[in-house]
Design a protein around this ligand. Structure first.
Ligand code: 3HC
Length: 296
């Protein structure tokens, strides 16, 4: 196996998860290449990362110089062929199996290191479904980060029936020794450990709102004050994105046929209405300023 330390990482997608993953890699002195489909999406991704780095400076977590150096380590491309020399690639696009498998098929052709780690940040799609889209499923595994990525210390590592031990060890060493994350391992089951626990809870809170059991404000207040959670389930659904919560629930329902995992109608209607949470300006709560601009 290649013993070369991972120094060149690729991130596919610069949405809230991809941007967070790219940022923590750049802050860990890694050369990061980020794929986005268009210049506009790449520019939005870059400014998302720069805003978060600014926040790191203002809260005293990083210095101005570290901010500059991290920003300098980030490059963007809209051509996957540029990923040929990457030693680790983390895909963080929409929770859509067809899109993800198409990306992995192409990545597998492009990335030359036979021991490169091809990782998906999927929240719920079984990794084997992604691995079999490639000719080298031993390189494919799940590396699941948590939002906000710079703040939350956990990464779930998910290996499949085909992932090689060496590739899994290489990914684990990178996440823990280079990024400083705590790694837990999960079987390759939809939802892995955290979402298998979290999503039924979020869906239950949405069902409570739907049935008039309690108001959204009181449900959130109850869990913050009564369970010491940092935020309530409806605010958290807004943070994760209602579309993402629905996609995770759909994958878990498909896997287990468990009624607790089925998306409640209120969630489906809100997603259809575009009320997908903080990133869209509205979900269970409003996130726009007085001029109607989406709060960042
Ligand atoms: N980037 C960088 N730093 C950030 C940040 C971001 N996006 N958001 C918050 N921070 C930092 C702040 O700078 C601050 O740092 P400091 O304490 O050193 O000053 C610290 O985090 C706390 O932030 P705030 O004071 O602004 O706000 P809160 O104290 O209310 O914390 C929160 C905000 C970190 C989001 C906290 O409410 C929280 O941890 N919530 C739970 C989030 C959670 O459960 N995430 C997991 C979702 S599930 C998931 O991601 C999996 C997926 O598959 C669905």
């Amino acid at each position: 196996m290649s013993t070369e330390k991972i120094q060149r990482v690729g991130v596919i997608g610069a949405g809230q998860m991809g941007a967070g993953i790219a940022e923590v890699c750049a802050r860990a002195h890694i050369d990061v290449l980020v794929f986005e489909q268009t210049r506009e999406l790449a520019a939005a991704g870059r400014s998302r990362i720069l805003r978060s780095l600014d926040r790191g400076v203002s809260s005293g977590k990083i210095t101005e110089r570290e901010r500059e150096q991290a920003a300098w380590r980030l490059r963007f491309t809209s051509d996957l062929a540029d990923f040929a020399d990457r030693q680790l690639v983390v895909e963080a696009v929409l929770e859509d199996e067809k899109i993800k498998t198409a990306i992995f098929r192409e990545l597998d052709e492009v990335v030359t290191d036979p021991n490169a780690v091809l990782a998906s940040n999927t929240s719920s799609i079984p990794i084997m479904k992604i691995g079999i889209a490639t000719k080298n499923p031993e390189r494919v595994l799940g590396l699941h980060f948590f939002n906000p990525v710079p703040v939350l210390p956990l990464v779930e590592l998910v290996t499949t029936l085909k992932t090689s031990t060496e590739v899994a060890q290489r990914a684990e060493a990178f996440a823990s020794d280079v990024l400083g994350k705590q790694v837990v391992r999960s079987a390759d089951r939809s939802g892995f450990v955290v979402n298998a626990l979290l999503v039924p809870y979020l869906l239950s809170a949405i069902r409570m709102v739907e049935s008039g059991f309690a108001t959204k404000e009181d449900i959130d207040k109850a869990t913050v004050l009564g369970l010491a959670h940092p935020m309530g389930p409806l605010a958290l659904t807004d943070l994760v994105g209602l579309d993402t919560v629905k996609s995770i629930a759909d994958s878990m329902y498909e896997e287990f046929k468990e009624p607790l995992y089925s998306a409640p109608p209120l969630l489906m209607r809100m997603v259809e209405a575009g009320l997908v949470g903080k990133k869209s300006g509205a979900g269970f709560y409003q996130y726009t300023d007085k001029n109607g601009r989406v709060a960042k």
